[in-house]
Design a protein around this ligand. Sequence first.
Ligand code: NA7
Length: 287
Amino acid sequence: MAKLAFLGLGLMGTPIAARLIEAGHDLTVWNRTSGKTRPLVDQGASVASSPAEAVAGADAVFTMVATPEALEQVLFGDEGVVGALSPGQRVIDMSTVGPQMIASVARRLPSHVTLVDAPVRGSVPEASTGRLEIYVGASQAAFDYVQPLLDPLGNVHHVGGPGAGAATKVVVNLTLGVAITALGEALALADTLGIERTTLLDVLVDSPIGPIVRGKRANIESGTYPPTFKLSLALKDLRLVGESAAGSGPDLRLAAASQSWLEQAARDGAADLDFSAVVATILEARS
Ligand code: NA7
C-alpha cells in the first residue's frame, strides 16, 4: 500500500479520498478550509497544515481542486507543494483545469517529479461508489504506476501521453454543457407549444440527450438544484473549451451558446447550485 497525500476535499475530493483510505492506503489530507478534513480523519487520515507539509514522504500527491487558479495556489503558492517535492514523487492532478494548465505545471515542476493528469467524468454518486470514468494522460511507465491507485475509483482510461487526460476531459465537458442547455431549450420550446412537461420528459429519455434527462429529471421536476457538480465549475469548463479552441482552432458555436446560458445562470445567482439549474434560467428567459 502507498503513502499518499490528497489535497482538495470538496464535493469530489472527499469521496475519492475516502475510497483511497478504504483501499488501504496511508493518506495525509489537506484542504484550504480545514474543517472539511474532519470526516476523513474519522476514517483514519492524517491532516497536514499546508500542501507542503502534506507532501513529505508521500509516494504520490493527488490534487482535486476547483480551477486552474486553485491548482496554481496549491502547487506554487505560499507553502505550496513545489518546494517540498523530492525525487521520484508523482503528482496526480484529478481537477479539470485544461491541457494548457497541465502543460504549464509540467514545465514548472522539478524534472525529477512525474506529473500525471487524471481528471474524471461523473459526480458525487459515481465518486462515492467507485464508478468514475478517469481519463489519464501519462507515459506508459507513469500509467503503470498510477493505474492500481486509480482502479478503486472507477474505470481508468489511458487516453494518451501527458496532457491527453486534461484535453479529453475538456472535450467531454463540451458535450455536457451542450447537452444540458439543449435540454433547457427543448423544454422551453415544448412549453411554448403546450406540451405537458412530464410527457415530454418521458419522450426525451429516449432521445439523443436521454442520459442527461435521466440524470437531471428530479432536479427539473422539483425545481431544486442541490449541487453534485456546481454550475460555476461547468462554466469554468466551457471557458477552458474556449481557451483550447482559441487562435486558429475550430469555430465552436454551440460551446459559445452554452457558455452564454451558463453565464446568465451564474449572474442570476445559480453559481453554487447544480449546473442543471441553467435549465431554470432558460425556461424563464424570453426573447
Ligand atoms: P468543489 O466542491 O467546489 O471543491 C473545490 C475544492 O477546491 C475545495 O477543496 C476548495 O477548497 C478548493 N479550492 C478552491 N479554490 C482554492 C484555492 N484558491 N486554493 C486552494 N484550494 C482551493 O468542487 P468539486 O470537488 O466538485 O470539483 C473539483 C474538480 O473536479 C473541479 O475541477 C471540477 O470541475 C471537477 P475549500 O473547501 O473551498 O477551501
